[in-house]
Design a protein around this ligand. Sequence first.
Ligand code: SF4
Length: 336
Amino acid sequence: MPVAGAIVEATLAWFDEHRRLLPWRESRDPYAIWVSEIMLQQTQVKTVIPYFHKWMATFPTVAALAAADEQAVLAMWQGLGYYRRCRQLLEGARFVARNGMPTSATGWREVPGVGPYTAGAIASIAFGEPAALVDGNVERVFARLTACPETGPKLNRQAWDWAQASVPAHRPGDWNQALMEIGATVCRPREADCPACPLRPACLAADGDPLAFPTTVPKKSPTLLQHETWIPICGGRLGVRQIPDGQWWEGMWEFPRTTDGTKLFPGQETWPLGSFRHTVTVHRITLAVNCVRLKSQSDELKWFGLDELAGLPMPAPQRKAVGLFQTAQKSLIDFE
Ligand code: SF4
């Protein structure tokens, strides 16, 4: 059942009053909205804000991004994680630079890396098209509003049907953003502030237990992985290699690493520096970090000074490994 007109108007009025002031909301530039939506996937708003500012200052237009070197783009993304998003954004920008900027949700779906959610966001916010969108927040709001008992893909399908039937011709972008804002600030995963919610008069869950929706699916336990990495030092420089295609973090740089218990650099002078945990999707990785002193700089690695490493795109756990090295360098390791 689509939402009644009066509830739509109340929700838009609520959004006008309660919307958070976010940098991408000051713009109707489809490129800026695109960048923000990709960054916001799986990353919190407060983390995204400084990255968004830096990104837009460095790559202010699609043309600027399309012309950029992949390594520079990856370096700019460093710390946001899920680097696939960054690569797809770059690929998408190159596609748009060649083919022109789409102006509809259907057109945006042609752009590599742009799914139905992002296409709906750009088309409704930048172009005023009554295109729907469903993200995790909207799905939760839908599940509570309609007391939907479904889970997984069925719930998602029903949420999309509802969103498509509900998006108004008038201010569709604000309606979509209002639903997401309600999900982020009012109808939250572990707390529903129903008295403050503009959807309250239409909500089927509000008089019962809103938190019972969406129905929870038992989570799979994480896969535990053991990785080990070696920081090679020689002549005041550190050796890194580029991560091959098809592996996590492909195209970025790392110290030699094994994922199957193999020990590298046998017979060389080696120090353990410590270990830490890092999570990638459902994988919990324990990374053991070592330092190894080599007699010569092997051609299989590229050699950089510690300062130069700061400019290389490196995955977060490898950055942490650099941190361990820097700490140990002060007391244990004669770097030269
Ligand atoms: S009324 Fe309560 S449960 Fe329903 S959508 Fe609003 S906050 Fe969520």
